[in-house]
Design a protein around this ligand. Structure first.
Ligand code: DGL
Length: 271
């Protein structure tokens, strides 16, 4: 099966990386809209227009199913996309439900982009599942460019996250929901600031399992490591092609970027 994935940028690689683990025998097309990143501070109409063009493109490239590997695009565009296209369109939303379920009366911090936090989709989800009112919402827009620039180990990233978390009494939180696919790269920083007890929850594993269920695909349980040695290896396994705003990615610089990001995602996967 040919699976198309899209994101505003390289955050969606965290979803693709999980798909490589769980469904290594499928074929993938990954579209990063690098010309328009970030989406999380743009107007909904703009995001809807970009995403519709990308889904068109992915379908023309032969996708049998499309994953919107972006919480922001899902929150504003998923309903329209599902009306427009016949193929399954899988969306992503912050994993608030499992977080509330695991929280055991402690608090849940949901980090996402400003658009995701403003939109009704997240509000409706929280109204439905957060009956004890344990969720707090925190927009973290700067993490997107820090991830795009591979600055997940930088002082800037640490200081930004630490200063945004300063107003919170962190001992009250047992769950951190990563409501943006770009936020995965920073897991060691959250762990360092919150400590070992915190559960960090993203929607990646759940999204791929949902896709497998919907499309009748069998989950691979072999749990091997996925690290890339050379830039060109990222095009060799599993079967995948990468596009930057419609342009095929084949140059050494971008392949090295993708290699570095996949290797980072493998490193932080079990944190
Ligand atoms: N990675 C995206 C998300 O999951 C969007 C980030 C952005 O472009 O602002 O929300």
């Amino acid at each position: 099966m040919k699976i198309g994935l899209l994101d505003s940028g390289m955050g969606g690689l965290s979803v693709l990386h999980e798909a490589f683990h769980l469904l290594p025998d499928e074929e993938y097309i990954f579209y990063a809209d690098v010309d328009h990143v970030p989406y999380g501070t743009k107007k909904p109409e703009e995001i809807i227009s970009y995403t519709t063009d990308i889904v068109d493109f992915l379908i023309k490239q032969g996708s049998d199913v499309v994953i919107i590997a972006c919480n922001t695009a899902t929150s504003v565009a998923i309903e329209k996309l599902r009306k427009l296209y016949d193929i399954p369109i899988i969306g992503m939303e912050p994993a608030v439900k499992p977080a509330v379920h695991h929280s055991n009366s402690k608090r849940v911090l949901v980090m996402a982009t400003p658009v995701t936090i403003r939109e009704n989709k997240l509000k409706t989800l929280i109204d439905r599942v957060d009956t004890e009112h344990v969720c707090d919402l925190l927009p973290m827009p700067r993490l997107v460019s820090l991830a795009e620039n591979e600055m997940y180990e930088s002082h800037e990233a640490f200081d930004y996250i630490a200063s945004e978390l300063k107003p919170y009494d962190l001992s009250k939180y047992s769950e951190l929901v990563l409501g943006c696919t770009h936020f995965n790269y920073f897991k060691p920083i959250y762990r360092k600031i919150f400590g070992d007890e915190l559960e960090i929850i993203d929607g990646n594993n759940g999204t791929i399992r949902h896709l497998a269920e919907k499309c009748g695909l069998k989950i691979d349980r072999s749990e091997r490591e996925i690290f890339y040695k050379n830039p060109e290896d990222v095009l060799k396994y599993p079967k995948v092609s990468y596009f930057a705003s419609g342009r095929p990615i084949t140059d050494e610089k971008m392949l090295t970027h993708i290699k570095t990001l996949h290797n980072r995602l493998e490193e932080v996967r079990s944190i």
